[in-house]
Design a protein around this ligand. Structure first.
Ligand code: SGN
Ligand code: CA
Length: 525
């Protein structure tokens, strides 16, 4: 609700800025250039894409992108949360550079440099459709239509460029795709290159599937992840979180077990989501969930049986939501193919971060631990870029802006923190490619109670410092302990590794000019 109000109250003010920044410069000097179709989902994690992980579900259309192009196996975010990720992506800077630190207190300063603005200046048409989540209205786009805040799955509202709020009938993932295809087909100037950002609401909590997909995956059961009953020994920040499937997942809101005589913390919110449905949608919903609700309360599972029941329902709902997404990515690929645009277009698919599918017993993200810091990144390359298969270099979401700019022939501004991925897409293996990534998460105290932390990740090690109301370091050897269960910090065998990682961490904090830095001297005391 907070998001909604803020977007509305800023709407009038920002409309002026939007008009001003939409004025295109240097329109005439555009050569034949590459288009960019940048599809991003919310909370879609690589475990739930068959091109990354075959354990759970099939995503044939996403797999088409990877099979025809490249798959980044070491792709990470800089701050594992929606708004901050989006700000990192459009500015090419870490949160300390773009000043959008968290979802709850920040409003994006839309006057700052972003890659869509720079593309516009170079004569590109830019469009953004779907989730935006940066609180101020978009700048740097010739066309946009965004969701207020997180948006809704059913019959959602959109804020249009005229600063109207309109409601559309249907399921969110289909509607965003309809609008994107409509823009490419009917609204853009076909003589100009374009950059289209299709930013989905799905797969965000509370994972509400389209009615046509409700019956899917019900015959599947999945083994609990091996770390599901993690006891968090040696990791006090992990103990303090509130994102456990067992403890924190809401029976009604997350798991849809609505019954008039039952109550839960988020029941009212769930009812408000159901209240958006029309009669037919609601009837299909109740037809599907009715028998499951009846069976659940009759059997009244407890303990480990209940934990397993919750996990299975979570997985199935999430997968159904992914199914719509995968189908709609297929629609975009088919459109581009049919119109002969594929040869000249870079198609990017990614998410705003990763997500826990029961690893450590969790849902949500935020932590610098692997499932959350890692984000899927696959690309279908335009003609002339011959790289195929896996790219294993360490890359981060601050790199997308420089990549798009270099592809468009625009000079990458020196103050961007990210680096262009174009050499990798051309098949080069630059000897001086980065060997460490910086991460910083700020949203605390807040929902899910993940404490503030920063850290460094190399290909082999991860060093994390949790700070603010805690002062704890963690070190993981990702080669020996990929599940990050054994905090090695403080073990004398690793002293020299810690010293070296701390030196590199401080170098990165200085390079990115992060005002929150650890003090090496104090730490030696
Ligand atoms: C909402 C969700 C949280 C989620 C945040 C941030 N709660 O607040 O579970 O972590 O969004 O997600 S809910 O009760 O509203 O569903 S983000 O991807 O937008 O950063
Ligand atoms: Ca997200």
């Amino acid at each position: 609700m907070k998001n909604l109000n803020l977007v509305y109250s800023l709407a009038g003010l920002s409309a002026l800025a939007t008009t001003a920044s939409s004025c295109q410069q240097n329109k005439s000097d555009v050569k034949k250039s590459y288009n960019i179709v940048y599809i991003m989902t919310d909370d879609h994690t690589a475990q739930m894409m068959s091109c990354y992980d075959t354990r759970y579900m099939e995503t044939p259309n996403l797999d088409r992108i990877a099979a025809d192009g490249v798959r980044f196996t070491n792709s990470f975010v800089a701050n594992s949360l929606s708004g901050p990720s989006r700000a990192c992506i459009i500015t090419g800077k870490h949160s300390c550079g773009n000043k959008f630190y968290d979802n709850t207190t920040c409003v994006f300063d839309g006057t700052q440099q972003t890659f869509p603005k720079l593309l516009q200046k170079a004569g590109y048409q830019t469009a953004l459709i779907g989730k935006w989540h940066l609180e101020s209205l978009p700048t740097g786009f010739d066309y946009w239509e965004i969701l207020p805040g997180q948006g809704d799955y059913y019959n959602p509202d959109f804020i249009t460029q005229n600063n109207d709020t309109i409601q559309k009938h249907g399921y969110i993932t289909n509607l965003i795709t309809d609008d994107a295809i409509d823009w490419m087909e009917n609204k853009r100037d076909k003589n100009k290159p374009f950059c289209l950002m299709i930013h989905h609401k799905a797969i965000h909590r509370n994972w509400m599937a389209d009615t046509c997909n409700l019956a899917l995956y019900e015959d599947k059961t999945f083994p609990l992840p091996e770390t599901f009953f993690d006891d968090y020994e040696g990791r006090p920040a992990a103990v303090a979180q509130e994102m456990s499937i067992v403890k924190d997942m809401d029976m009604i809101y997350d798991l849809k077990m609505l019954r008039p005589d039952k109550d839960s913390r988020l029941k009212t919110l769930y009812e408000s989501f159901l209240g958006r449905m029309d009669k037919e949608q609601r009837a299909a919903w109740d037809r599907f969930y009715g028998p499951i609700i009846e069976d659940f309360y009759k059997k009244n599972p407890q303990g480990k049986e209940l934990a397993n029941w919750k996990f299975q329902r979570y997985m199935r709902d999430y997968m159904k939501t992914v199914k719509s997404l995968d189908d709609n990515v297929g629609r975009v690929l088919d459109y581009l193919k049919e119109k002969g645009l594929l040869d000249n277009t870079l198609v990017v698919y990614t998410s705003d971060q990763g997500f826990y599918m029961g690893e450590h017993g969790w849902f949500d993200k935020r932590f610098m631990y692997e499932e959350s810091m890692h984000t899927p990144l696959i690309m279908r390359l335009p003609k002339g870029f011959n790289r195929r298969g896996d790219i294993t270099e360490l890359v981060q979401n601050i790199d997308y802006a420089p990549t798009f700019l270099e592809l468009a022939g625009v000079k990458v501004p020196e103050d961007m923190h990210g680096v262009s991925l174009l050499p990798l897409l051309k098949g080069e293996h630059p000897a001086n490619w980065r060997n460490a990534l910086y991460y910083h998460f700020y949203e605390y105290p807040a929902e899910h109670m993940v404490k503030r932390h920063y850290g460094i990740r190399t290909k082999r090690y991860k060093l994390i410092h949790f700070y603010n109301d805690i002062d704890e370091w963690e070190l993981y050897d990702l080669q020996k302990d990929p599940n990050e269960l054994h905090n090695l910090y403080g073990q004398s065998d690793y002293d020299s590794i810690v010293t070296d990682l701390k030196r590199q961490l401080l170098e990165l904090q200085e390079k990115y000019n992060d005002p929150v830095r650890f003090s090496p001297n104090r730490d030696k005391e």
